[in-house]
Write a protein that binds this ligand. Structure first.
Ligand code: NAD
Length: 492
């Protein structure tokens, strides 16, 4: 079994592992056992400044390195990630709580982004046209920005850094990565593997910490771009403050995702897929379904069917291969989820499976899967991101009514429809107000070569994570208009 390699959390600046000088930040615990794992440093302006300056110093020669040479480090990283996938998955499970299968799944999605970024010599190309006027040619090239900061959340400790980092460096930028202060261990191992590729010093830097580290990045004059993923209030704050200091900023925020179940949906498959979406990763996925809207007759079978699926899940330590659902991240998170289940009941729902009964008998931070049936569509809980294994079920008469409910949500990360009707599915995907849409899919997570397209309060910015959007985000376009008059040149 993999253990945390060392409780000391270090920064990686200019190719050197350094012991933080900032005061202690939060205490880290294994969410499944309550065992103390270490303490994240709070992060200081001086450490962030050193990391940014190291990235800035590495930038000129990195940007001048041919793209085909830059991606060789990513090919090596892909091999190293595959070789260490079991060890990395165990680290994620120990610090985050998700099951080993979920940790491995997250790594696969992260590796996919490394693979896509290996295509940068083609993907980064611009375009050109000869003779835009007599004897004048014009072309567009993409150039890297400089230092890019990446700030990530706790729920996907490695996948989310990999949504950005491979594209940022492949396009010629240098990076300062500030991971979630709740899950610093697996990302430290990722950076060790990046170091093992032989990447030049300073191209990737790692600084641990919380708000002080983030604020320094947001204001630092040498940071050109910020990629952020986290909760909506912090996403808004990062977007506003980072943009105000002239940076290019992309911020992915929180979510409240709906699935619509039509009466003609296949009952068994639909239930299984929705249960996986709602309770997988203990509901701590930004694409987890939080509300199921049953249409017409679907309200007859769905609540009992999803309750049966929820109650059959084996809850426990994610390191045990038999575990199907792990804990939530902290005691505070567990208490919050428990309190929100109570609020759902107060607002008119019936807890047909009540996870509050499942919290107290272990040292870890467990909440059982919960189904709140009959939550009124106007209730405050409908607007609250719970971020735990809680599924609300509400009922509507038509797909239009369901889409109005989705439209009223402040979030727009994802929605799905379950049906055998192509016409209903088409209407839904055409008109629904979310940026990621699933048709008979529970977690409509875009592959690495498509953008991760949250809308409304789930995203602030223009270019999303992954794929072509990432290349646009991490580069500036330069357009050159060129004339070489024959009379100015020696004749050959
Ligand atoms: P969070 O907002 O608490 O933290 C995200 C990052 O911001 C961390 O690195 C943290 O250290 C930093 N941070 C926290 N508070 C800050 C503050 N006041 N000022 C400056 N920086 C601050 O998010 P979390 O709890 O780690 O992650 C869960 C959230 O992320 C959920 O809301 C989830 O929906 C969202 N999320 C969204 C997506 C997406 O693609 N839209 C993906 C994953 C997670």
């Amino acid at each position: 079994m993999t253990a945390i390699p060392s409780p000391t959390i270090r920064n990686f600046i200019g190719g050197k592992w350094l012991t933080p000088t900032s005061p202690a930040g939060i205490a880290l615990t294994n969410p499944a056992t309550g065992e103390l794992l270490g303490q994240t440093p709070a992060g200081s302006a001086a450490e962030v400044d050193a990391a940014v300056k190291s990235a800035q110093a590495a930038f000129p020669s990195w940007r001048a390195t041919p793209a085909a040479d830059r991606v060789q480090y990513l090919f090596k990283l892909k091999v190293l990630l595959e070789q260490h996938i079991g060890e990395l998955a165990s680290l994620i499970t120990i610090e985050n709580g998700k099951t080993l299968a979920e940790s491995t799944g997250e790594l696969r999605r992260g590796i996919e982004n490394v693979e896509v970024a290996c295509g940068i010599p083609v993907l980064m190309q611009g375009y050109s046209l000869e003779d835009v006027a007599p004897g004048i040619d014009e072309f567009m090239v993409r150039q890297p920005l400089g230092v890019a900061a990446i700030i990530t959340p706790f729920n996907f400790p490695l996948m989310i850094p990999l949504w950005f980092l491979p594209y940022a460096i492949a396009t010629g930028n240098t990076v300062v990565l500030k991971p979630s202060d709740r899950v610093p261990f697996s990302v430290a191992r990722l950076v060790e593997l990046i170091q093992e590729t032989g990447l030049p010093d300073g191209v990737v830097n790692l600084v641990n910490g919380g708000k002080p580290a983030v604020d320094t990045l947001l204001d630092h004059p040498l940071v050109r771009a910020i990629s952020f993923v986290g909760s909506t209030p912090v996403a808004k704050y990062v977007y506003t403050r980072g943009s105000a200091s002239g940076k290019r900023v992309q911020c992915q925020g929180g979510a409240k995702n709906h699935v619509v179940v039509l009466p003609d949906a296949d009952q068994e498959t639909t239930t299984k897929i929705i249960a996986d979406s709602a309770f997988g990763c203990a509901g701590q996925r930004c694409l987890a379904v939080s509300v199921t809207v049953t249409i017409g007759e679907a309200s007859r079978w769905f609540p009992a069917s999803i309750a049966a699926a929820a109650s059959s899940l084996k809850i426990g330590d994610g390191l045990d291969p038999a575990t199907q659902m792990g804990p939530v991240i902290t005691t505070a998170s567990r208490d919050r989820v428990v309190s929100l289940i109570g609020q759902g009941a107060d607002q008119g729902a019936k807890a047909i499976i009540d996870g509050r009964a499942n919290t107290g008998d272990r040292a870890g931070f467990f909440v059982g899967p919960t189904v709140l049936d009959g939550l009124p569509a106007q209730s405050p809980l409908m607007q609250t991101e719970i971020f735990g294994p809680v599924l609300s079920v509400i009922h509507a008469q038509t797909v239009e009514e369901a889409m109005e409910i989705i439209d009223r949500s402040a979030y727009g990360n994802a929605s799905s429809i379950f049906t055998a009707s192509g016409a209903a599915a088409r209407k839904f995907r055409n008109a629904v107000s979310t940026g990621n849409v699933g048709i008979n899919i529970g977690v409509p997570a875009p592959m690495a070569y498509f953008p991760f397209s949250g809308w409304k309060g789930s995203f602030f910015g223009v270019m999303h994570a992954q794929g072509r959007d990432a290349i646009e985000f991490f580069t500036d376009k330069k357009v050159i208009v060129e004339r070489w008059p024959r009379e100015w040149s020696r004749k050959f």
